[in-house]
Design a protein around this ligand. Sequence first.
Ligand code: ZN
Length: 122
Amino acid sequence: MDIKKTKLYYEQINSSDICDCAYCKNYVREIKSTYPKLAKYLGSLGVDIEKPFETMPLELDEKTGRIEYISAQYIVYGGTDDFSKKVIGCVNVDIAETHPPTQINEAHFVIEIYPISLKWVV
Ligand SMILES: [Zn+2]
């Protein structure tokens, strides 16, 4: 893993670069305050939890006012050799086996965190 490069990458992403659909907006607003330990762990890898590469939402549960995300994906620079799967609280952090094209030419991989349950605030 190249934590330095990963950090730089996330610093360069603006909020306007992030998908502005309601599901992603809701995710960005709630993720850090709902999962502070997870945010801290991803931060130690250089990843900004509020800048997901992709989120995979399920349907909004009208009764509970919550929404589940099957997973959210994040780009990490470098190789996977020193990455190890982790469970933070009830959330898995693992390498994503499938993901959309990243358009990055340097060595990188995609991790995913799952499952995620958030309040619907959008
Ligand atoms: Zn979106």
